[in-house]
Design a protein around this ligand. Structure first.
Ligand code: GLY
Length: 397
């Protein structure tokens, strides 16, 4: 999601390509953005033929673009990617689809099915607000924050992620750290500090109860909603309750980095750095830095990778590199650069016009499901574009 404070109403130039004209933009950025623009133009052309607003998510068993509904947790990533393309290319042709697919999901500000409203609304309206300054987007964001706040359980100090399935009382998944950005921003926009307080409480409880001594995390922690007592620690998408599900580690790294962005509380920075250490010293992290879907799955070399976890990690590391000393900054940036280079290589980047018009191949959504194993996923592309934007911004300084 957006790395810097709201930029105000900076509309980009009509029909120009800031990327192509930009001096000193690394070829790895130019090449990947131009490729993404070609793929996404095909995706927009296909998606525009529908009367309703479908939401590109992955591919079907025939390798064709597959859609989901706006109530799905992934619905903000397609409009979010369009905003990043608009920003990265400077080409005004991306503004119309970005606005169309963002505004088409406004009703999601009232979505109460689970905690995912932060992903849905902030990737779409958050980026839209940052790039256009449209006042009406602020209202959507603040309303969505109010909706999310209804899931806060004061007795446990956390935002409940999912309904009370499987005998759970108040299940919280590590992914929920990503929704805190919506809350921090909503306080900054509205002056209502209740959102901020909820975000801080949730981050603190998660730090205390989701993390193991080696700084890997559980996927799901179920709390007693009245007392805050932990009832169980399990997995839903990982290999085992005690294992380290790859995308969960990436969500945690990104989540604590964003908590530091807003609060400047050093404990969040330390948490993010400790998580990065877990990831990059893990004996099961492959040389190309794209993890298998779980760090602890047996016979790991036969298991699928998760390019989405790598893309989220790269994006988080670029931001993290701005908060630390020179030596660490260089290390984090170098790791993020390596991931970006790998993801942009033929091993992970699709061929033009293929892969359901997604950019990246080889992500894993939910192996135990089983669902979406070794496929393109819309959020892998979103965080890859975000990583390219963050790299470009860092290198322009
Ligand atoms: N937030 C859902 C997932 O990472 O699969």
């Amino acid at each position: 999601m957006a790395a810097c404070a709201l930029a105000g109403a900076t509309l980009l130039g009509a029909g120009t390509s800031a990327l192509a004209k930009g001096k000193g933009v690394a070829p790895v950025i130019t090449d990947n953005v131009e490729f993404a623009a070609r793929q996404m133009q095909l995706m927009v052309d296909t998606t525009d033929t529908f009367k309703n607003i479908p939401s590109p998510r992955t591919t079907d068993k025939n390798g064709r673009l597959a859609y989901t509904t706006l109530d799905d947790w992934t619905s903000g990533f397609f409009p979010g990617s369009l905003w990043y393309l608009y920003e990265l290319t400077g080409d005004s042709k991306w503004l119309k689809p970005a606005v169309h697919y963002t505004e088409g999901m406004e009703r999601i500000k009232y979505y109460r099915g689970n905690h995912d409203i932060g992903f849905m609304i902030f990737c779409s309206f958050g980026n839209g607000l940052r790039l256009t300054g449209k006042e009406s987007y602020k209202d959507v964001i603040v309303t969505a924050a109010k909706t999310l706040s209804e899931r806060y359980r004061p007795g446990a100090g956390v935002i409940q992620s999912w309904p009370q399935w499987r005998g759970w009382d108040c299940p919280v998944i590590i992914d929920n750290m990503m929704n805190l950005e919506l809350l921090f921003e909503a306080t900054q926009m509205s002056g209502d500090s209740s959102f901020w307080k909820i975000a801080v409480s949730h981050a603190d409880q998660t730090m205390q109860h989701h993390y193991r001594p080696d700084m890997s995390c559980y996927h799901v922690v179920d709390y007693d909603s009245r007392t805050g007592e932990v009832r169980s620690r399990v997995t839903a998408q990982g290999y085992a309750d005690s294992s380290a599900w790859a995308r969960g580690q990436a969500w945690g790294l990104y989540g604590y980095t964003l908590c530091y962005r807003y609060t400047r509380d050093p404990k969040y920075l330390k948490q993010a750095e400790d998580i990065a250490k877990f990831i990059f010293t893990n004996k099961n992290l492959p040389e190309d830095l794209v993890p298998y879907w779980d760090y602890d799955v047996p016979n790991i070399e036969q298991e699928p990778r998760d390019a989405s976890a790598a893309a989220i990690t790269a994006s988080a590391l670029y931001e993290l590199s701005t908060y630390v000393g020179k030596k660490e900054a260089k290390q984090y940036k170098k790791l993020a650069d390596r991931i970006v280079r790998t993801l942009g290589s033929p091993a992970y980047r699709a061929e033009s016009g293929k892969n359901g018009y997604f950019v990246l191949m080889h992500s894993t959504g939910n192996k135990p499901g089983p669902a979406e194993v070794d496929v393109p996923l819309v959020y892998a592309d979103y965080y890859f574009l975000e990583a390219l934007k963050r790299k470009r911004d860092l290198e322009a300084k």
